[in-house]
Write a protein that binds this ligand. Structure first.
Ligand SMILES: [Zn+2]
Length: 206
């Protein structure tokens, strides 16, 4: 399945499944994305396994459903892109301290109602929504939508941030809320190098 290995190109640095789903597109902090790992339904399923939204047996069910119903799979994939646009809009607004539009929140409510309509309550340490019995093509999206609503309704909104170096969104779990980068290995390092070079230049001219 080497054609699907590309989905692991995007690091899981969002700290939340819904934010990682928006981070399947990469690019500069503002403007259009310049990379996208979600190129079709098989990639959506592969990403679901990579991000922990689907177990391998669940992914196999999704693959079988998509082979039996290519048109349905295409529709589910198109819907996943619409949901990603919606989550992007919602969380980018929250990160900027603004309110998402009423229409996007209404769509998210409908998506969550649909997700819970296919869920069951399973007992773990507490009761949890699971999608073990959901054999529909939308199965990979269910936990993503639910994670988004959970974060909005029970999470700390001021910890939702955009990376200063790229378009990735993340949930800042640092003690003093000081995280500025999606990852120190990527944007944080390039910023450190930029500051180092600037400081050296200042020293050289003074
Ligand atoms: Zn970044």
């Amino acid at each position: 399945m080497e054609t699907l290995a590309g989905v692991t190109r995007m690091r899981l640095v969002g700290g939340n499944l819904a934010l990682d789903f928006t981070n399947t597109r990469a690019g500069p902090p503002v403007g259009s994305p310049d990379d996208d790992v979600l190129t079709g339904y098989p990639e959506l399923v592969a990403w679901g396994v990579y991000a922990g939204a689907l177990s391998e047996p669940e992914a196999e069910v999704s693959r079988r459903l998509s082979r039996d119903d290519p048109d349905g799979a295409h529709a589910a994939f198109t819907r996943s892109l619409r949901i990603r646009d919606d989550l992007d809009e919602v969380f980018r607004a929250v990160a900027a301290g603004q309110s998402p539009s009423g229409s996007v929140l209404a769509r998210l409510r409908d998506d969550e109602a649909d997700a819970l309509g296919h869920a069951r309550l399973d007992r773990a340490s507490t009761f949890e929504w699971t999608w073990r019995d959901d054999q529909t093509l939308a199965r990979p999206l269910r936990p993503v939508v639910h994670a988004a609503v959970q974060l909005l309704t029970t999470g700390a909104l001021h910890r939702i941030k955009g990376c200063r170096g790229c378009r990735f969104l993340f949930h800042d779990e640092s003690k003093n809320r000081s995280r500025r980068w999606c990852s120190m290995d990527d944007c944080g390092t390039s910023e450190k190098i930029r500051r180092y070079v600037a400081a050296r230049r200042t020293r050289a001219t003074s």
